[in-house]
Design a protein around this ligand. Structure first.
Ligand code: SF4
Length: 322
């Protein structure tokens, strides 16, 4: 399904002008038109090319074409309908576009100060905790890997890959993100840097990777503030995809729907036990690793030392040994 903010327009332009200016056909008043009347013969640009083209009812250099544009963008930019830059807008991947999220889902609000995607004051970052259940959310449209990464596969096989809300909540913040996988066939891999540690992320399924999320290069914090929305890592295409999206999850051994919810609850319990064990080992220092009586704190990372962080990442988020 294409983005509801993707619109089409017919534009006109002068085919011989040194600068191509696209003007929506609907916005041109007929009284202003020289190009569509015999008056075109008085146009200086046309006169230089008119040999053999006089006596027509409209200018032979007037061109018309169909374009698309984003109605959510502040500045309208017309793009030819077949341009690959619109592949996200034309398919299900639009669900992770920052502009779409801001306009379609009010909880994705733009900070008035720095322009980043941020949660409303006093609330959890978008997507880290389900407001109704208080649990780590696992949206039904996503399929989850054991390394706490997700994939969202559209009807045409286009897909996005990112990290889940548990990993986002544990980290709390990141310093930078490096995309390891180049475009082309391969497994999506990236490295998250936080507090002088480089944490490798790897998605288990091979994809045709088409792009990395450029927003994360300038605003890496988006991966933890909006892990299921604008914080996606890679976009791509599932190879040989021609069936329902649930087929992809079952073939790759990923979890979806109720199975994913059960798995996430088990992971949260396992993480709570892990942190309690750490706390027991450090009881002589009396440091507090949990908040709110046992729920996983969204600043857990900062309470751990380097060795504990590495152990935590290895136990829960590292790529399983093949
Ligand atoms: S840029 Fe985003 S909001 Fe605009 S049409 Fe494309 S997907 Fe939709």
């Amino acid at each position: 399904m294409q983005c509801p903010f993707l619109k089409e327009a017919t534009v006109r332009y002068c085919g011989i002008a040194p600068v191509r200016k696209l003007v929506p056909r609907d916005s041109i008043h007929e009284d202003d038109q020289r190009c569509t009347t015999p008056d075109y013969q008085r146009c200086p640009t046309a006169q230089a090319h008119l040999t053999g083209h006089d006596g027509l009812t409209e200018c032979p250099f007037l061109q018309e074409s169909l374009v698309q544009y984003c109605a959510a963008a502040e500045v309208t930019k017309f793009i030819p309908c077949n341009d690959s830059v619109l592949s996200r807008c034309n398919g299900d991947n639009h669900r992770h576009c920052p502009l779409y999220l801001q306009r379609a889902h009010p909880r994705h609000q733009r900070s008035a100060h720095d322009g980043c995607l941020a949660a409303p004051a006093g609330r959890q970052p978008a997507g880290q905790i389900d407001d109704d259940t208080g649990e780590i959310p696992t949206p039904d449209s996503l399929a989850f890997a054991p390394s706490h990464m997700w994939i969202d596969v559209g009807e045409n096989g286009c897909c996005d890959v990112g990290i889940d809300a548990l990993l986002a909540r544990v980290l709390g913040r990141v310093d930078s993100i490096r995309f390891v996988s180049p475009q082309g066939h391969g497994r999506p891999r990236a490295t998250i840097s936080i507090d002088d540690l480089d944490l490798p992320l790897a998605f288990p399924l091979r994809l045709e990777i088409t792009s990395a999320n450029a927003l994360l290069r300038v605003r890496p914090e988006t991966i933890v503030s909006d892990p299921y929305g604008a914080g996606w890592l890679f976009a791509g295409q599932v190879p040989c995809h021609d069936g329902p999206k649930s087929d992809v999850a079952s073939v790759a051994g990923l979890l979806q729907g109720e199975a994913a919810r059960q798995w996430m609850r088990t992971e949260c319990d396992r993480l709570a036990r892990f942190v309690h064990d750490l706390q027991a080992q450090r009881c002589d220092r009396g440091e507090i690793l949990m908040s709110d009586g046992g729920e996983i704190s969204n600043d857990l990372w900062k309470h751990l030392d380097r060795e504990e962080r590495l152990l935590l990442f290895d136990r829960f988020f590292a790529e399983p040994n093949e």
